[in-house]
Design a protein around this ligand. Structure first.
Ligand SMILES: [Zn+2]
Ligand SMILES: [Zn+2]
Length: 257
């Protein structure tokens, strides 16, 4: 597709694009006429406020990838699914809590007060279950089972810009840009969570975003590899508390954990 075709199809750009087409050779008449029609349409509708082309609506949400069942990560997913018609995907081990088939154990410590404030999330149906590491639950994404924070915690790796890891609550961004465990107060098994960080370190990604705390950009995987190198397998390695730790509302313990 040429640059001119893109302009012609973009009604909002028609008026700006048209003078450029006028400068083109006679052989481009057909494209010029198409651009002109778009230009007129843009003039007629200029008085009407129209949403910018980059603005999204709820109907544009096609898929929701859940990392785990904690209330601060699924609180409004039932409403989003209902209003958007999006497919909702989660790991099978966390599914019973998300669908309301079972109730997660009440959180311990201060987290239980946060959960009382936030309330209980509305259960939702799930449209697809992840049972292990899976490529392309959505094109471009790889699902990586990273148990520990919950038994069914999933991190997602997006093949874009050198790799973007959605680490959920498995990992967090600690002091000095280091990677640390995600919120452990509500983790089912911090030792397994630590192993999951080491697993993520075997992949490759430039950037990492977390459920709590700032993103890491620029060879983010190196920070994960530092963590893995410093903590032997089986070492829960509490490390630094992640920013936002304890996580507000991060309080539904893993069922049976
Ligand atoms: Zn969590
Ligand atoms: Zn969380």
């Amino acid at each position: 597709m040429g640059q001119n075709d893109r302009r012609a199809r973009s009604g909002g750009w028609g008026l700006r694009a048209e003078p450029r087409f006028r400068e083109r050779a006679p052989g481009r008449h057909r494209r010029r006429r198409r651009a002109g029609r778009h230009g007129v349409a843009a003039q007629r509708q200029a008085h009407r406020p129209r949403p910018a082309r980059h603005e999204k609506t709820i109907g544009d949400v096609r898929v929701v990838l859940l990392t785990h069942h904690h209330v601060d990560h699924i609180g409004n997913v039932a409403d989003i699914r209902r209003r958007s018609g999006a497919r909702v995907i989660a790991h099978a081990a966390d599914a019973p809590v998300i669908t309301g088939a079972i109730t997660g154990e009440p959180p311990k410590g201060l987290a239980r007060f946060a959960v009382r404030l936030i309330g209980t999330p509305e259960p939702t149906k799930l449209d697809q279950l992840i049972t292990g590491d899976e490529t392309s639950p959505v094109p471009g994404f790889t699902a990586l089972h990273t148990p520990g924070h919950t038994r069914g915690h999933v991190s997602y790796l997006l093949e874009r810009d050198g790799g973007i890891l959605f680490a959920g609550d498995t990992a967090g961004h600690g002091r000095d840009g280091r990677v640390t465990l995600g919120p452990t107060q509500v983790s089912a098994d911090p030792t397994e969570q630590s192993r999951s960080i080491a697993k993520l370190a075997t992949h490759d990604f430039e950037h990492a975003v977390f459920g709590h705390g700032q993103a890491l950009t620029g060879r983010a995987v190196d920070r994960f590899r530092e963590y893995a190198g410093q903590h032997a397998p089986g070492d829960p390695a509490p490390g630094d508390p992640a920013p936002g730790d304890p996580a507000p509302g991060d309080g539904v313990s893993d069922p049976g954990a």
